[in-house]
Design a protein. Structure first.
Length: 68
């Protein structure tokens, strides 16, 4: 592989990595929004953690931020 090809390959891999990270962030933000809405509706923190698939600790932290 030439130097130019290697540079191009590295740039491609970085772009793919960045795109994956952005998608993961969007998915994480969506789950957080769902958990927030469920907390506001009075659903238990444990049920939210179980159903949404996020750690109970994260749900508890979110509830504390929302003063719930």
């Amino acid at each position: 592989m030439t130097k130019v090809e290697m540079i191009f390959y590295k740039e491609q891999m970085e772009a793919v990595k960045k795109a994956r990270e952005e998608e993961e962030k969007k998915a994480s933000d969506k789950l957080r929004d769902i958990a927030k809405n469920l907390l506001q509706k009075g659903i238990s923190k444990q049920n939210i953690a179980d159903c949404v698939g996020i750690p109970l600790k994260n749900v508890e932290e979110l509830a504390a931020q929302l003063n719930i």
